[in-house]
Design a protein around this ligand. Sequence first.
Ligand code: ADP
Ligand code: MG
Length: 141
Amino acid sequence: MATNFTFTIVKPDAVRNGHIGSMLNKITESGFRIVAMKMIRMSRAQAERFYAVHKEKGFFRDLVEFMVSGPVVVAMLQKENAVADYRKLMGATNPANAEPGTLRAMFAESTQNNAVHGSDSDENAELESSFFFSDFDRFWE
Ligand code: ADP
Ligand code: MG
């Protein structure tokens, strides 16, 4: 499959703070097309599986608690060079280090409550997308 897409989550802090609309606006203005989207509340099992790569980290427990603390918006975003361009648009994990104008600089609260997830590789973009969306949910151009 052509890997011209990435997977994103508008995290619980950003949903709580009323940023869904502003963030989606910034994302689409930056050239990304939303090709799948829904609002869900992750189960603990889902959050643990989604972040399994971090399960040995000290912040894992708190991260899972945070991710199940409220609803999130999960979406697939289509664009040439989507993974790298979206990582750029998100900004650094710690919003204090995020470039001005990035999603995390604009909308994040802290290193943990950092408003947004974005895939870090084409392989993970597909894995993470298939975790939440079937082929029937994907509205490709
Ligand atoms: P990114 O989301 O930028 O790819 P990571 O994959 O390293 O960052 O971490 C996944 C998520 O775990 C981060 O987005 C953040 O919510 C949380 N996290 C990462 N590092 C820390 C930390 N040192 N303390 C608390 N939470 C963290
Ligand atoms: Mg990551």
